[in-house]
Design a protein around this ligand. Structure first.
Ligand code: HEM
Length: 128
């Protein structure tokens, strides 16, 4: 039986699954021509390490995130809400490939969406 105490991190399959998931997710993100330019000149190895830490911690794993505050890592990038939504769509597609129920996919996306306001630029760029 599913115990209440097992974290989302454990249910996904722990470190090996989260590492593989973050890698697969970033392959999708970087393959998107509207998202790739944000990552120009960025050290992808370090980014993936930080992302893996962040996701592991966000999913309740025994990992401490040691990177910059999310707002500081993103505010200079001027990320639009539309691009944020594409990013989350790839996350959802990646999660769907793992042994997660729909409910668990929504839970992960829900935790990541808590950071929307720290990632998306507040500049109004889509209202005419
Ligand atoms: C809630 C969603 C997101 C989370 C949780 C997240 C998480 C992270 C983390 C943990 C880092 C590493 C910070 C560090 O190096 O100290 C990072 C960096 C970065 N993220 Fe995100 N990210 C999100 C959304 C996005 C989106 C939508 C984009 C662009 C499409 C993006 C582009 C980048 C880039 C380019 C960097 C490197 C910035 C630099 O080194 O100057 N992120 N992100």
């Amino acid at each position: 039986m599913q115990t209440e105490s097992s974290s989302l991190y454990e249910r996904i399959g722990g470190a090996p699954a989260v590492n593989a998931m973050v890698q697969a997710f970033y392959s999708r993100v970087l393959a998107d021509p509207s998202l790739a330019p944000y990552f120009k000149g960025v050290a992808i190895d370090k980014l993936q390490r930080m992302q893996t830490e962040f996701f592991s911690a966000a999913l309740g794993g025994p990992v401490k995130y040691t990177g910059r505050p999310i707002i500081h890592a993103h505010q200079h990038l001027h990320i639009t809400l539309a691009d944020y939504q594409r990013f989350v769509k790839y996350l959802f597609e990646t999660l769907a490939q793992y042994r997660l129920s729909d409910q668990e996919c929504y839970e992960v996306v829900g935790r990541i969406n808590l950071y929307t306001n720290e990632v998306v630029s507040n500049e109004v760029d889509s209202i005419d």
